[in-house]
Design a protein around this ligand. Structure first.
Ligand code: ADP
Ligand code: MN
Ligand code: MN
Ligand code: MN
Length: 338
């Protein structure tokens, strides 16, 4: 009789960036939905989530995915709960997101693939490849190497198999840098899918002896950093909107500028410099089609009477999508709608 492998995945208590953790639970029947995935426990004293004396933490399944890399496998995204099973653990930022099925998020994850502490395709040990220019959306061994594309393609297939709503992938501006985009409706799903896509990528890279470098600025100098632009819209923004509401929204984003930066990933001052298509970290600005602004307003937004989605360009590649989506929705919800 077939047995099923359920990989329970959660975020640990490390700061400023949590690590992904996972362990396998064997089941006799394939889970058809989340209801078929019971809560489970783990030793929180090994993940900076508990003291040794009272080390139990609970895993509460929140999203279920087929696992294309494992026979009879499933991936189960979990929230970490206190031993009572009901109180969210302090490290559980997903629990801070306001539930709103009509909020939509699109996240654009940039990252580097590293081998022996150097980006794939860079000269080994020292030195730099040719300057940036032809790598972005490039083709050919000189631009993208060989193993990189293989990994990126396998990752895409595994994510699509899992039902993650990838919208696209592309080679990025620096050599060895890549991007994928995920879109989802509902205030939790895009962030759940992003953490799962990160897990799938890191696990896939193990067999290639490659690491994913999530840091937002692995190299100083004239090399693009890595961001995770967050595109967002609420039902009100899509269906009512208007210039007056938009201006109030931008005032709120300006007011909570520091709270946003605090949620947008570590060492972002290295990346948000005002160069390389970024606004500097201590300024807030918005602009139509402006890639040097904190928030880019798509041309379509203005054309449709200030309705649609906005792009916050500040979140970085290492940021926690739960904290990012939570902060954005919180700020949006401070603005009254008529
Ligand atoms: P960029 O030029 O910044 O790379 P893209 O068009 O690649 O822009 O990405 C924009 C993203 O915006 C899309 O991938 C999608 O996920 C997201 N998006 C599109 N429409 C909406 C919407 N109504 N609400 C939220 N996000 C959206
Ligand atoms: Mn993009
Ligand atoms: Mn990009
Ligand atoms: Mn973008």
């Amino acid at each position: 009789m077939a047995k099923y492998k359920l990989e329970y995945i959660w975020l640990d208590g490390y700061t400023p960036v949590p690590n992904l953790r996972g362990k396998t639970r064997i089941a006799s029947e394939a889970p058809k939905s989340l209801e078929d995935c019971p809560m489970w426990g783990f030793d929180g004293s090994s993940t900076k989530q508990a003291e040794g004396k009272s080390s139990d933490c609970m895993l509460k399944p929140v999203a279920l995915y087929p696992d294309g890399a494992r026979e009879n496998g499933f991936l189960v995204m979990c929230e970490v709960m206190m031993p009572d099973g009901e109180t969210p653990h302090p490290s559980n930022h997903r629990a801070t997101i306001e539930d709103d099925p009509d909020t939509w998020f699109g996240l654009e994850q940039e990252y580097f693939l590293f081998k022996n502490r150097r980006p794939l395709g860079w000269p080994s040990d020292f030195g730099f490849p040719s300057p940036q220019g032809e790598y972005y959306t490039g083709v050919g061994y000189a631009n993208v190497g060989n193993i990189a594309r293989q990994i990126v393609e396998e990752h895409l297939n595994l994510c699509l198999h899992a039902g993650i709503n990838h919208e696209g992938i592309n080679a990025e501006v620096a050599k060895g840098q890549w991007e994928f985009q995920i879109f989802a409706k509902g205030s939790y799903s895009c962030a759940d899918d992003m953490w799962m896509a990160r897990y799938i990528l890191m696990r896939l890279c193990e067999k290639y002896e490659v690491d994913v470098e999530w840091h937002c600025k692995p190299f100083l100098g004239d090399w693009n950093g890595s961001g995770m632009h967050c595109n967002f819209s609420t039902k009100y923004m899509r269906e009512v909107g208007g210039e007056a509401y938009f201006r109030k929204l931008m005032d709120a984003f300006e007011k909570f500028k520091d709270e946003h930066i605090a949620a947008y990933g570590p060492e972002n001052e290295l990346r948000l410099t005002g160069f390389h298509e970024t606004q500097s970290i201590d300024k807030f600005s918005w602009g139509v089609g402006d890639r040097g602004a904190s928030i880019r307003v798509p041309h379509s937004f203005i054309k449709n009477g200030y309705k649609g989605y906005l792009e916050d360009r500040r979140p970085n590649s290492q940021g926690d999508p739960y904290q990012i989506c939570s902060r954005i929705l919180r700020t949006v919800n401070t603005v009254p709608t008529e």
